[in-house]
Design a protein around this ligand. Structure first.
Ligand code: GAR
Length: 207
């Protein structure tokens, strides 16, 4: 596919960036010449995020918009995000471990064009500590979800889920590692389909 025809993707992170790396690897033209998307920016709200150097090492523009100077003024922080996104010509956003809550106004501007990955089988366990909560609840299975972002936190149409059974002896760390591996499979699959206009949910099972 020609570079001009590809959807331009920005990936927003706050930390390690392992999902970002999986997404970048999947869009590498050497790996998938027909991929319908291309990364144009990796953006972090934390200048210390390890993912920034990983993106730069892959030749993808990487930028921090530190949220701290904007404390108390989310709209100004998001205006700075929007300026960077516009400068990069981003058409789609993938939230990949981006740990700031976005305002309804920002979400409305990107509605239908912004995806998120969440470490649980939504609608179960919205919010934080999802692996602990799945264990505490005695759930039989756990996993991750990619969904479109809407104004409600960890809500919005589900585009894909990957499931793993909860096993005797599982701990939050063991579950987190298993779910992380599933995330790295699921998010690239969903993005590839979404960028091509296919919103049919993808369902994966741990193997
Ligand atoms: C991922 O497990 C992602 O699902 C989670 O943060 C981690 C980021 O890891 N996101 C959330 O909890 C969002 N509410 P990564 O930086 O290695 O991709």
């Amino acid at each position: 596919m020609s570079a001009q025809a590809r959807r331009r993707v920005a990936i927003l992170i706050s930390g390690t960036g392992s999902n970002m790396e999986a997404l970048l690897a999947s869009m590498d033209p050497a790996a998938d010449p027909e991929h319908p998307a291309t990364p144009v920016l990796v953006l972090s709200n934390d200048p210390r995020a390890a993912g920034l150097a990983k993106a730069a090492a892959r030749g993808v523009p990487a930028l921090a918009v530190d949220h701290k100077p904007y404390r108390g003024d989310r709209a100004a922080f998001e205006a700075a995000l929007d300026a960077a996104l516009e400068e990069a010509g981003a058409e789609l956003i993938c939230l990949a471990g981006f740990m700031r809550i976005l305002t309804p106004a920002f979400v409305a501007r990107w509605q239908g064009r912004m995806l998120n990955i969440h470490p649980s089988l939504l609608p179960r366990h919205k919010g934080l500590r999802t692996h602990e909560r799945a264990l505490e609840a005695g759930d039989a299975e756990h996993g991750c979800t990619v969904h479109e972002v809407t104004a409600e936190l960890d809500d919005g149409p589900i585009l894909g889920q990957a499931r793993t059974p909860i096993l005797p002896g599982d701990t939050p760390d063991l579950l987190a590692a298993r779910v992380r591996r599933l995330e790295h499979r699921l998010y690239p699959l969903v993005l590839r389909r979404f960028a091509a206009g296919d919103r049919t949910p993808v369902m994966l099972q741990d193997d």
